[in-house]
Design a protein around this ligand. Structure first.
Ligand SMILES: NC(=O)c1ccc[n+]([C@@H]2O[C@H](COP(=O)([O-])OP(=O)(O)OC[C@H]3O[C@@H](n4cnc5c(N)ncnc54)[C@H](OP(=O)(O)O)[C@@H]3O)[C@@H](O)[C@H]2O)c1
Length: 260
């Protein structure tokens, strides 16, 4: 969707052209699709992940665009700090942060493995919180002297932040935490008089490697067409392109036929 400024609305993604987007989880699935969408729209994208071959392949696919990647282990707090600092140094700052990385072990309450619980919380909650905090610090530093669109933080959350699927309590707990952090950050930013926006996007079932990665052979595809990662990337593009006066807070995006 592209609108002209003359009608008092925004220019969609156009106004972010040349700005810097940091995308975590860019090596696969939704994060990868978001990195592609934003790079093709003219943003300068820095993609983080761990699978070097996947990141190199993405860089090759985006060879005609402004794309850089970095290997970052999100369970390592110091690695996150160093990687944000390096991104600010190399690109001048972070204008858009898309927290696309996430994990979803089958980690039930009864008989669940505390190490799996910890890993879910480390990646889905603590790493997301730290990436957000550091990026917002940088956005705030530049906000007063830069009259362009203020920064935007987008969390790829989940429908599991809105209801609890059986057997996935800790994953759902992590996504409920994302929901709380979205509301909390919004409140803090408004209290600070900042124009930085924060949005959660909560997809239902998406056809990425996510479920197989954690369920292995136990994974059974649902009997309805799942969302494509690109559908979620479209939602990211839509919220980023909204006029400054509009703050999408939490966008629930289900496959049309998903029952829950
Ligand atoms: N797929 C779905 O059905 C679905 C539905 C709702 C919400 N979501 C949410 O969407 C987000 C992305 O999911 P997806 O479907 O794109 O999954 P995916 O295809 O498995 O991709 C997950 C990404 O997260 C990265 N990541 C995981 N652990 C990491 C760690 N410790 N350090 C650094 N990077 C790490 C992975 O990097 P490496 O592979 O390089 O390690 C990968 O790039 C997640 O937050 C998930 O909860 C997914």
């Amino acid at each position: 969707m592209s609108r002209t400024p003359a009608d008092g609305r925004s220019e969609g993604l156009e106004r972010w052209r040349g700005r810097v987007a940091l995308v975590t989880g860019a090596s696969a699935g939704i994060g990868r699709a978001v990195a592609v969408r934003l790079a093709r729209a003219g943003l300068r994208v820095v993609g983080w992940g761990r699978q070097i071959e996947a990141l190199e392949a993405l860089a090759a696919a985006l060879a005609d665009h402004d794309f850089a990647w970095r290997r970052v282990e999100l369970r390592d707090v110091e690695a996150i700090r160093a990687a944000v600092a390096a991104t600010v140094a190399s690109h001048g700052g972070v204008d858009v942060l898309v927290n696309g990385a996430g994990i979803g072990f089958d980690a039930p309450m009864v008989g669940g493995d505390p190490e799996a619980w910890r890993e879910i919380l480390d990646v889905n909650v603590l790493a997301l919180a730290l990436c957000t905090s550091l990026a917002v610090e940088d956005m705030r530093r530049r906000e007063t002297e830069d009259t362009r669109a203020p920064g935007h933080v987008i969390h790829i959350s989940s429908m599991s932040g809105h209801r609890v699927p059986r057997g996935n309590a800790m994953y759902a707990a992590s996504k409920y935490a994302v929901r709380a952090m979205t509301e909390g950050l919004r409140g803090e930013l408004r209290g600070l008089g900042s124009r930085i926006r924060v949005t959660a996007i909560s997809p239902g079932n998406v056809a990425t490697g996510f479920a197989q990665r954690f369920l292995g052979d136990a994974f059974v595809p649902p009997p309805y067409p799942r969302l494509e990662a690109e559908d979620v990337a479209d939602a990211v593009a839509h919220v980023l392109g909204a006029p400054d006066r509009v703050a999408y807070h939490d966008l629930l995006v289900r496959p049309a036929e998903q029952p829950t």
